[in-house]
Write a protein that binds this ligand. Structure first.
Ligand SMILES: [Zn+2]
Length: 344
């Protein structure tokens, strides 16, 4: 099991970044990886915190979660003899920093500025290759610092997307169980329960999350961190990513640029829940409560794109056994599924 050594979640905890780094024994040069928007939001504040405790920090801006960006960050880190990478952001910068740090063999600290997916804490990084989204094994962050005041100021859509990525654990865990039964894959009850708990918690407070406010943000952040920990315990993304994620990844190249990761996972979860014979209506309702899309058209997806992604999903990761290996969809049944669940 690989788990973060320190997790700090709370209102206004950002200034504690320097003491956290000192406690973990970090000194030397730190490279901070962020996106442009986030950099404008937090650079001066973070710089002030680190400068005042003599932590030498350099910044690099990334524009996308791609191999090229990972290599660019690696080169920069090597050039300036960096001893630590800090990913500051919601998605891409955290993923890029995590993978670059892993390849360099140096530690990585996650400072999420939004709660849009479980990458803020998981040992995996989603980095796009040439024409396919890949999930790379990296290491979990050595520390996570989540300042609720910072995250509550992020666009609401990102928080709703985080809910979609969490509710997805319901079907991810069912798919994992199914793989255990059918193809005798290792199934970790504890990791599965922890991931499922994150999903159930968010479903139970989905209306609060939809109303906004710090309590809802905190629930989502803690659930995302727990889900990342579940992946760390399992040593695989299995508890967090099943057929609903395959659907989301298929959409990444059937309809590139439409919808956020968690939004697509949420739609996938509604449909995969129906295939599993689960209560998909309550999943749908929870997403709606949280303000996440429940219809493909909410994120500009066409009916045909949904059907195409459902058909392509099983081939995204053929070794990952899911409900889509049991229920073989064709164009007609895919459209029927999406219609019956009111996704289209
Ligand atoms: Zn995800």
């Amino acid at each position: 099991m690989e788990l973060p050594a320190r997790v700090l979640v709370g209102e206004g905890v950002l200034p504690e970044l320097s003491s956290l780094l000192h406690e973990l024994g970090f000194s030397g040069n730190l490279l901070i990886v962020s996106g442009e928007t986030v950099r404008q939001r937090v650079q001066s504040q973070i710089q002030q915190i680190l400068d005042s405790s003599s932590l030498t920090n350099f910044w690099i801006t990334v524009s996308s979660a791609t191999q090229e960006e990972v290599v660019r960050v690696e080169d920069q880190a090597r050039l300036s003899s960096m001893t630590l990478l800090i990913g500051v952001g919601g998605g891409k910068s955290v993923d890029v920093a995590k993978l670059a740090a892993f390849r360099l063999g140096i530690p990585f600290v996650s400072v999420p500025t939004s709660a849009s997916h479980d990458g803020i804490s998981s040992p995996f990084a989603s980095i796009r290759g040439l024409n396919k989204p890949y999930s790379f094994v990296a290491k979990p962050p050595v520390a996570i610092l989540a300042d609720i005041d910072l995250i509550v100021a992020a666009p609401r859509r990102l928080l709703a997307s985080g809910c979609g990525d969490l509710i997805a654990k319901v079907t991810a865990v069912r798919d994992w169980e199914l793989a255990h039964e059918v193809v005798k894959e290792y199934f970790g009850k504890y990791a599965a329960s922890l991931a499922e708990l994150s999903a159930k918690l968010v479903m139970s407070v989905s209306a609060d999350i939809g109303r906004g406010g710090k309590d809802g943000v905190r629930d989502v952040v803690e659930a995302l961190i727990s889900a990342g920990v579940a992946a760390g315990i399992a040593g695989s993304s299995r508890p967090c990513s099943g057929s609903e994620h395959l659907f989301s990844h298929a959409l990444d190249f059937v309809a590139p640029g439409k919808g956020l990761h968690g939004e697509k996972c949420g739609l996938g979860t509604i449909m995969m829940a129906k295939l599993h014979g689960l209560d998909w209506e309550s999943i749908r309702q929870s997403l709606e409560n949280a303000g996440a899309p429940t219809r493909a058209s909410d994120i500009g997806l066409l009916d045909d794109e949904v059907a195409e992604a459902l058909l392509r999903a099983p081939s995204i990761r053929p070794e990952r056994y899911t409900i889509l290996n049991e229920v073989k969809l064709n164009r007609e049944s895919a459209l029927e599924l999406a219609t019956a669940t009111r996704v289209i």
